[in-house]
Design a protein around this ligand. Structure first.
Ligand SMILES: N[C@@H](Cc1c[nH]c[nH+]1)C(=O)O
Length: 368
Protein backbone atom coordinates (compact mmCIF):
# COMPACT_ATOMS: atom_id res chain seq x y z
CA UNK A 1 0.00 0.00 0.00
CA UNK A 2 1.34 3.39 -0.88
CA UNK A 3 1.04 5.88 1.86
CA UNK A 4 0.44 9.52 1.02
CA UNK A 5 3.12 11.77 2.47
CA UNK A 6 0.60 14.11 4.00
CA UNK A 7 -3.06 13.94 5.00
CA UNK A 8 -5.68 15.13 2.53
CA UNK A 9 -5.93 18.90 2.45
CA UNK A 10 -2.34 19.48 3.53
CA UNK A 11 0.72 20.16 1.45
CA UNK A 12 4.31 21.29 1.55
CA UNK A 13 5.24 24.44 -0.25
CA UNK A 14 8.48 24.03 -2.19
CA UNK A 15 10.81 26.36 -4.09
CA UNK A 16 10.21 28.58 -5.92
CA UNK A 17 6.60 28.82 -4.71
CA UNK A 18 7.37 29.18 -1.01
CA UNK A 19 9.64 32.11 -1.93
CA UNK A 20 6.93 33.61 -4.12
CA UNK A 21 4.49 33.33 -1.20
CA UNK A 22 6.97 34.99 1.16
CA UNK A 23 7.50 37.85 -1.29
CA UNK A 24 3.74 38.24 -1.71
CA UNK A 25 3.32 38.40 2.04
CA UNK A 26 6.10 40.96 2.44
CA UNK A 27 4.61 43.17 -0.29
CA UNK A 28 1.10 43.03 1.16
CA UNK A 29 2.23 43.66 4.74
CA UNK A 30 4.54 46.43 3.52
CA UNK A 31 1.62 48.21 1.83
CA UNK A 32 -0.43 47.74 5.00
CA UNK A 33 2.38 49.10 7.19
CA UNK A 34 2.64 52.20 5.03
CA UNK A 35 -1.02 52.90 5.83
CA UNK A 36 -0.44 52.54 9.56
CA UNK A 37 -1.43 48.90 10.02
CA UNK A 38 0.80 47.34 12.68
CA UNK A 39 1.56 43.68 12.81
CA UNK A 40 0.14 41.25 15.36
CA UNK A 41 1.01 37.58 15.48
CA UNK A 42 -1.73 35.70 17.34
CA UNK A 43 -1.33 32.25 18.86
CA UNK A 44 -1.82 29.20 16.64
CA UNK A 45 -4.34 27.65 19.04
CA UNK A 46 -6.35 29.03 21.92
CA UNK A 47 -9.20 28.23 24.32
CA UNK A 48 -12.20 27.41 22.22
CA UNK A 49 -14.45 29.56 24.38
CA UNK A 50 -12.25 32.60 23.80
CA UNK A 51 -12.74 32.25 20.07
CA UNK A 52 -16.38 31.18 19.99
CA UNK A 53 -18.80 34.07 20.12
CA UNK A 54 -16.07 36.68 19.80
CA UNK A 55 -17.47 37.81 16.48
CA UNK A 56 -21.21 38.26 16.43
CA UNK A 57 -22.91 35.58 14.30
CA UNK A 58 -19.72 33.52 13.91
CA UNK A 59 -19.63 29.81 14.57
CA UNK A 60 -16.62 27.64 15.38
CA UNK A 61 -17.85 24.52 13.62
CA UNK A 62 -15.00 25.06 11.26
CA UNK A 63 -12.28 24.64 13.87
CA UNK A 64 -10.18 21.58 14.65
CA UNK A 65 -10.50 21.09 18.41
CA UNK A 66 -8.63 19.00 20.90
CA UNK A 67 -8.40 18.60 24.64
CA UNK A 68 -5.18 20.09 25.91
CA UNK A 69 -3.50 17.66 28.30
CA UNK A 70 -1.89 20.58 30.14
CA UNK A 71 -4.91 22.82 30.83
CA UNK A 72 -7.49 20.03 30.48
CA UNK A 73 -9.49 22.48 28.41
CA UNK A 74 -10.74 22.34 24.85
CA UNK A 75 -8.49 24.24 22.51
CA UNK A 76 -9.21 25.24 18.93
CA UNK A 77 -6.70 25.70 16.18
CA UNK A 78 -7.64 28.97 14.53
CA UNK A 79 -9.71 28.50 11.36
CA UNK A 80 -9.62 32.29 10.71
CA UNK A 81 -7.33 34.94 12.17
CA UNK A 82 -10.00 37.68 12.14
CA UNK A 83 -11.67 36.34 15.31
CA UNK A 84 -8.30 36.36 17.07
CA UNK A 85 -7.76 39.98 16.08
CA UNK A 86 -11.20 40.64 17.56
CA UNK A 87 -10.14 38.99 20.82
CA UNK A 88 -6.90 40.97 20.98
CA UNK A 89 -8.64 44.25 20.15
CA UNK A 90 -11.31 43.60 22.79
CA UNK A 91 -8.94 42.51 25.55
CA UNK A 92 -5.25 43.38 25.54
CA UNK A 93 -5.69 46.31 23.18
CA UNK A 94 -9.08 47.32 24.58
CA UNK A 95 -7.67 50.57 25.97
CA UNK A 96 -6.03 51.68 22.70
CA UNK A 97 -7.60 54.70 21.02
CA UNK A 98 -9.89 53.77 18.15
CA UNK A 99 -9.70 52.99 15.36
CA UNK A 100 -6.95 50.38 15.80
CA UNK A 101 -5.27 49.24 12.59
CA UNK A 102 -3.72 45.76 12.65
CA UNK A 103 -2.19 43.41 10.09
CA UNK A 104 -1.34 39.72 10.29
CA UNK A 105 -0.15 36.69 8.37
CA UNK A 106 -0.16 33.06 9.37
CA UNK A 107 -1.55 29.60 8.77
CA UNK A 108 -5.13 28.68 9.58
CA UNK A 109 -6.67 25.23 9.75
CA UNK A 110 -10.15 24.16 8.71
CA UNK A 111 -11.86 21.06 9.97
CA UNK A 112 -13.37 20.33 6.58
CA UNK A 113 -12.46 21.30 3.07
CA UNK A 114 -14.88 22.05 0.27
CA UNK A 115 -14.80 20.73 -3.25
CA UNK A 116 -13.88 24.14 -4.61
CA UNK A 117 -11.04 24.66 -2.17
CA UNK A 118 -9.74 21.30 -1.02
CA UNK A 119 -6.96 22.76 1.15
CA UNK A 120 -7.50 22.49 4.89
CA UNK A 121 -4.42 24.43 5.86
CA UNK A 122 -3.99 27.79 4.26
CA UNK A 123 -2.16 30.99 4.88
CA UNK A 124 -4.11 34.15 5.54
CA UNK A 125 -2.61 37.60 5.12
CA UNK A 126 -4.85 40.41 6.26
CA UNK A 127 -5.71 43.74 7.77
CA UNK A 128 -8.40 44.69 10.26
CA UNK A 129 -9.60 48.16 11.21
CA UNK A 130 -11.26 48.05 14.62
CA UNK A 131 -13.66 50.66 15.97
CA UNK A 132 -15.41 51.71 12.78
CA UNK A 133 -17.39 50.17 9.94
CA UNK A 134 -18.31 53.40 8.21
CA UNK A 135 -18.11 54.11 4.51
CA UNK A 136 -14.78 55.89 5.09
CA UNK A 137 -13.43 52.80 6.85
CA UNK A 138 -14.72 50.54 4.08
CA UNK A 139 -13.10 52.72 1.45
CA UNK A 140 -9.77 52.50 3.23
CA UNK A 141 -9.96 48.72 3.63
CA UNK A 142 -11.08 47.94 0.08
CA UNK A 143 -8.60 50.45 -1.35
CA UNK A 144 -5.81 48.94 0.72
CA UNK A 145 -6.61 45.40 -0.44
CA UNK A 146 -6.39 46.57 -4.05
CA UNK A 147 -3.20 48.56 -3.45
CA UNK A 148 -1.52 45.71 -1.53
CA UNK A 149 -2.32 43.15 -4.23
CA UNK A 150 -1.04 45.58 -6.84
CA UNK A 151 2.18 46.02 -4.88
CA UNK A 152 2.54 42.24 -4.83
CA UNK A 153 2.25 42.12 -8.62
CA UNK A 154 -1.18 40.48 -8.72
CA UNK A 155 -3.06 41.70 -11.81
CA UNK A 156 -6.55 41.33 -13.24
CA UNK A 157 -8.46 41.93 -10.01
CA UNK A 158 -12.19 42.06 -9.59
CA UNK A 159 -14.28 42.55 -6.50
CA UNK A 160 -17.72 41.13 -5.92
CA UNK A 161 -19.65 43.07 -3.28
CA UNK A 162 -22.47 41.70 -1.21
CA UNK A 163 -24.75 42.90 1.58
CA UNK A 164 -24.56 39.96 4.02
CA UNK A 165 -27.25 41.02 6.51
CA UNK A 166 -29.60 42.46 3.89
CA UNK A 167 -32.15 39.64 3.95
CA UNK A 168 -32.33 39.59 7.78
CA UNK A 169 -32.73 43.35 7.84
CA UNK A 170 -35.52 43.36 5.27
CA UNK A 171 -37.22 40.35 6.84
CA UNK A 172 -37.22 42.00 10.27
CA UNK A 173 -38.84 45.18 8.96
CA UNK A 174 -40.10 46.29 5.59
CA UNK A 175 -40.61 42.83 4.04
CA UNK A 176 -41.75 40.69 6.98
CA UNK A 177 -40.89 36.99 6.90
CA UNK A 178 -41.69 34.50 9.67
CA UNK A 179 -38.53 34.22 11.81
CA UNK A 180 -38.31 30.45 11.33
CA UNK A 181 -38.23 30.92 7.56
CA UNK A 182 -35.49 33.53 7.38
CA UNK A 183 -32.59 31.04 7.37
CA UNK A 184 -34.12 29.03 4.51
CA UNK A 185 -34.93 32.17 2.58
CA UNK A 186 -31.36 33.44 2.98
CA UNK A 187 -29.95 30.15 1.82
CA UNK A 188 -32.32 29.85 -1.17
CA UNK A 189 -31.53 33.42 -2.22
CA UNK A 190 -27.82 32.62 -2.03
CA UNK A 191 -28.48 29.60 -4.25
CA UNK A 192 -30.52 31.80 -6.66
CA UNK A 193 -33.39 29.35 -6.36
CA UNK A 194 -36.24 31.53 -7.68
CA UNK A 195 -38.87 28.82 -7.25
CA UNK A 196 -38.17 28.34 -3.57
CA UNK A 197 -37.88 32.08 -2.93
CA UNK A 198 -41.25 32.66 -4.67
CA UNK A 199 -42.82 30.06 -2.39
CA UNK A 200 -41.47 31.63 0.80
CA UNK A 201 -41.43 35.38 0.10
CA UNK A 202 -41.98 36.52 -3.49
CA UNK A 203 -41.17 40.13 -2.54
CA UNK A 204 -37.50 39.08 -2.39
CA UNK A 205 -37.38 37.79 -5.98
CA UNK A 206 -35.98 41.04 -7.45
CA UNK A 207 -32.86 40.56 -5.31
CA UNK A 208 -31.90 37.53 -7.39
CA UNK A 209 -32.10 39.56 -10.57
CA UNK A 210 -30.10 42.36 -9.06
CA UNK A 211 -26.86 40.35 -9.22
CA UNK A 212 -24.32 41.27 -11.89
CA UNK A 213 -21.97 44.02 -13.06
CA UNK A 214 -21.89 46.70 -10.37
CA UNK A 215 -23.58 49.65 -12.06
CA UNK A 216 -26.48 47.70 -13.50
CA UNK A 217 -26.96 45.71 -10.29
CA UNK A 218 -26.85 48.88 -8.22
CA UNK A 219 -29.49 50.45 -10.46
CA UNK A 220 -31.75 47.43 -10.21
CA UNK A 221 -31.35 47.38 -6.45
CA UNK A 222 -32.19 51.08 -6.26
CA UNK A 223 -35.38 50.30 -8.22
CA UNK A 224 -36.28 47.59 -5.73
CA UNK A 225 -35.61 49.94 -2.80
CA UNK A 226 -38.02 48.94 -0.08
CA UNK A 227 -39.22 51.98 1.85
CA UNK A 228 -35.87 53.61 2.22
CA UNK A 229 -34.10 50.88 4.22
CA UNK A 230 -31.62 50.38 1.44
CA UNK A 231 -30.91 54.02 0.76
CA UNK A 232 -27.95 54.40 3.10
CA UNK A 233 -26.44 51.07 2.05
CA UNK A 234 -26.82 51.86 -1.62
CA UNK A 235 -25.17 55.25 -1.35
CA UNK A 236 -22.53 53.74 0.94
CA UNK A 237 -21.72 51.05 -1.62
CA UNK A 238 -21.48 53.64 -4.34
CA UNK A 239 -18.98 55.65 -2.26
CA UNK A 240 -16.93 52.54 -1.44
CA UNK A 241 -16.40 51.66 -5.09
CA UNK A 242 -15.93 55.27 -6.15
CA UNK A 243 -12.46 55.55 -7.64
CA UNK A 244 -12.03 51.80 -8.12
CA UNK A 245 -13.80 51.53 -11.47
CA UNK A 246 -11.22 51.23 -14.22
CA UNK A 247 -8.69 49.75 -11.77
CA UNK A 248 -10.59 46.59 -10.92
CA UNK A 249 -13.68 44.78 -12.17
CA UNK A 250 -16.73 45.40 -9.99
CA UNK A 251 -19.79 43.26 -9.47
CA UNK A 252 -22.59 43.22 -6.95
CA UNK A 253 -24.50 40.22 -5.70
CA UNK A 254 -26.68 41.46 -2.84
CA UNK A 255 -27.72 38.04 -1.55
CA UNK A 256 -24.44 36.15 -1.77
CA UNK A 257 -23.98 34.63 1.68
CA UNK A 258 -21.61 31.75 1.16
CA UNK A 259 -18.43 32.43 3.13
CA UNK A 260 -19.93 35.50 4.82
CA UNK A 261 -20.98 34.06 8.10
CA UNK A 262 -20.26 36.96 10.44
CA UNK A 263 -20.00 39.92 8.09
CA UNK A 264 -22.68 42.57 8.56
CA UNK A 265 -23.68 45.38 6.19
CA UNK A 266 -20.80 44.92 3.73
CA UNK A 267 -18.97 41.92 2.36
CA UNK A 268 -16.69 41.44 -0.61
CA UNK A 269 -14.86 38.65 -2.40
CA UNK A 270 -11.69 39.35 -4.34
CA UNK A 271 -11.04 37.48 -7.58
CA UNK A 272 -8.14 37.56 -10.00
CA UNK A 273 -8.01 36.46 -13.62
CA UNK A 274 -6.69 32.91 -13.67
CA UNK A 275 -7.60 31.94 -10.11
CA UNK A 276 -10.14 29.19 -9.65
CA UNK A 277 -11.72 30.53 -6.50
CA UNK A 278 -11.58 33.80 -4.61
CA UNK A 279 -8.15 35.00 -3.52
CA UNK A 280 -9.49 36.99 -0.60
CA UNK A 281 -12.55 38.09 1.25
CA UNK A 282 -13.53 40.83 3.63
CA UNK A 283 -16.25 42.94 5.13
CA UNK A 284 -17.66 44.65 8.17
CA UNK A 285 -18.40 42.74 11.37
CA UNK A 286 -19.10 43.14 15.07
CA UNK A 287 -16.72 42.27 17.90
CA UNK A 288 -18.29 41.24 21.22
CA UNK A 289 -16.38 42.45 24.30
CA UNK A 290 -16.16 40.57 27.61
CA UNK A 291 -18.92 42.72 29.09
CA UNK A 292 -21.21 42.11 26.12
CA UNK A 293 -20.53 45.49 24.52
CA UNK A 294 -20.34 45.44 20.76
CA UNK A 295 -17.80 47.16 18.58
CA UNK A 296 -17.79 47.65 14.81
CA UNK A 297 -14.84 46.58 12.68
CA UNK A 298 -13.94 45.93 9.06
CA UNK A 299 -11.13 44.10 7.32
CA UNK A 300 -9.95 41.67 4.69
CA UNK A 301 -7.99 38.42 4.45
CA UNK A 302 -6.07 37.26 1.40
CA UNK A 303 -5.41 33.59 0.72
CA UNK A 304 -1.77 33.32 -0.23
CA UNK A 305 -1.97 29.73 -1.48
CA UNK A 306 -4.79 30.49 -3.91
CA UNK A 307 -2.76 33.36 -5.34
CA UNK A 308 0.47 31.40 -5.69
CA UNK A 309 -1.24 28.25 -7.00
CA UNK A 310 -2.85 30.28 -9.77
CA UNK A 311 0.58 31.55 -10.75
CA UNK A 312 -0.40 35.13 -9.92
CA UNK A 313 2.47 35.91 -7.57
CA UNK A 314 5.57 36.57 -9.65
CA UNK A 315 7.97 33.62 -9.38
CA UNK A 316 11.47 34.95 -9.72
CA UNK A 317 14.47 32.73 -10.24
CA UNK A 318 17.50 34.74 -11.26
CA UNK A 319 20.50 32.90 -9.87
CA UNK A 320 24.14 33.56 -10.54
CA UNK A 321 26.51 30.59 -10.47
CA UNK A 322 29.85 31.34 -8.84
CA UNK A 323 32.48 28.75 -9.90
CA UNK A 324 35.17 27.53 -7.55
CA UNK A 325 38.10 29.92 -7.48
CA UNK A 326 36.03 33.07 -8.16
CA UNK A 327 36.88 36.21 -6.22
CA UNK A 328 34.69 36.20 -3.09
CA UNK A 329 34.70 40.00 -3.05
CA UNK A 330 33.21 40.10 -6.57
CA UNK A 331 30.39 37.77 -5.47
CA UNK A 332 29.78 39.90 -2.38
CA UNK A 333 29.57 43.03 -4.53
CA UNK A 334 27.04 41.38 -6.82
CA UNK A 335 24.90 40.28 -3.85
CA UNK A 336 24.94 43.85 -2.61
CA UNK A 337 23.59 44.84 -6.03
CA UNK A 338 20.72 42.41 -5.53
CA UNK A 339 22.01 39.27 -7.21
CA UNK A 340 21.37 35.84 -5.79
CA UNK A 341 24.70 34.01 -5.94
CA UNK A 342 25.08 30.25 -5.68
CA UNK A 343 28.60 29.09 -4.90
CA UNK A 344 30.03 25.90 -6.35
CA UNK A 345 31.33 23.75 -3.52
CA UNK A 346 32.64 20.88 -5.63
CA UNK A 347 34.55 20.84 -8.87
CA UNK A 348 31.84 18.93 -10.75
CA UNK A 349 29.02 21.29 -9.90
CA UNK A 350 27.29 23.12 -12.77
CA UNK A 351 25.01 26.16 -13.21
CA UNK A 352 22.31 23.83 -14.58
CA UNK A 353 22.38 21.62 -11.50
CA UNK A 354 22.03 24.70 -9.33
CA UNK A 355 19.17 26.09 -11.46
CA UNK A 356 21.23 29.15 -12.32
CA UNK A 357 20.32 31.60 -15.03
CA UNK A 358 23.67 33.40 -15.01
CA UNK A 359 27.33 32.55 -14.65
CA UNK A 360 30.19 34.53 -13.15
CA UNK A 361 33.09 34.21 -15.59
CA UNK A 362 36.24 36.33 -15.47
CA UNK A 363 34.55 38.70 -13.04
CA UNK A 364 31.66 39.29 -15.48
CA UNK A 365 28.03 38.24 -15.26
CA UNK A 366 27.05 36.17 -18.26
CA UNK A 367 23.47 35.15 -19.04
CA UNK A 368 23.01 31.45 -19.77
N1 LIG B 1 -11.35 36.48 7.63
C1 LIG B 1 -12.45 36.50 6.69
C2 LIG B 1 -12.46 37.75 5.88
C3 LIG B 1 -12.55 38.99 6.72
C4 LIG B 1 -11.55 39.70 7.27
N2 LIG B 1 -12.12 40.70 7.96
C5 LIG B 1 -13.43 40.62 7.83
N3 LIG B 1 -13.70 39.58 7.09
C6 LIG B 1 -12.32 35.30 5.74
O1 LIG B 1 -11.22 34.81 5.53
O2 LIG B 1 -13.31 34.86 5.18
Amino acid sequence: MTQALLPEGFRDRLPPFADAAARLEAAVLGAAASHGYERVDPALAEFEEGLAGRLKAARTQDAVRFVDPVSQKTLAVRPDITAQIGRIAATRMGHHPRPVRLSYAGPVLKLRASELSPERERRQIGCELIGLDTVAAAREIVGLAVEALGAAGVRGLSIDFTLPDLVETLAAGPLPVAPEQVATLTERLDAKDAGAVAAIAPAFLPLIEAAGPFDAAHRRLAGFEAQGVLASRLSGLRDVVDGLAGQVGLTLDPTERHGFEYQSWLGFSIFAAGARSEIGRGGSYTIVHEDGQEEAAIGFSLYADAIVAAGLAPVERRRLFVPIGSDPAAAARLRAEGWVTVAALEAGDTPEAQLCTHLLADGEVRAL
